[in-house]
Design a protein around this ligand. Structure first.
Ligand SMILES: [Zn+2]
Length: 183
């Protein structure tokens, strides 16, 4: 086993223990996350944060929630934006400088966006570190971690083992997991 493989193995094991740890979860999680974060990172003291890469469509919160659920935001409230991930799962954002740039003028509303962010523990709230526009077709791309046998629509590190995931190009698997592509 190479050094890299051994390190990956250790990392995998510690994540598994972390997930299975019950009462130890919080203590172990905080220690592990603190070790992974670098001093000087934004909000270094937040604790058990995950770095995530997620793709979705940027949608206006008020209009979208009104259409889906009849929710009424106050008319005077400024529009905010959500990341629609998959079919009906929303991420919200901490309104930091990167968020303000992403949503400035609303010109990217409805666009496909990839966000690198920190996800706050127990929440769907993202703190954007960087973002980019991506082709709409990329929202249907599928990724696979051969170690954990997990499929995901998001690129970047596997949510379980932290290893880089591989893009799936086998159309039979894509059809099975996502349904036939819209024409
Ligand atoms: Zn994995």
């Amino acid at each position: 086993m190479s050094d890299d493989q051994q390190r990956d193995e250790r990392r995998r094991r510690s994540r598994r223990e972390l997930l299975a740890g019950g009462a130890l979860f919080w203590a172990a999680g905080a220690a592990s996350a603190a070790a992974e974060q670098r001093a000087g990172d934004v909000g270094f003291t937040y604790g058990d944060l995950r770095h995530v890469t997620v793709r979705g469509k940027l949608v206006p919160a008020h209009k979208t929630l009104a259409r889906l659920y009849g929710a009424e935001a106050a008319r005077s409230a400024p529009e905010t934006y959500l990341l629609l991930h998959g079919d009906l799962r929303f991420y919200t954002f901490l309104p930091n400088a990167a968020y303000l740039k992403l949503t400035a003028g609303g010109s990217r509303s409805g666009h496909a966006i990839e966000v690198h962010a920190r996800q706050f523990p127990g929440s769907m709230i993202l703190e954007i570190e960087r973002w980019r526009e991506i082709p709409v077709a990329a929202l249907r791309w599928l990724y696979f971690c051969p170690v954990c046998v997990i499929y995901s629509r998001d690129p970047g590190p596997c949510v379980c083992c932290g290893r880089e995931v591989e893009r799936v190009t086998d159309s039979a698997i894509l059809n099975e997991k996502l349904g036939p592509a819209a024409k």
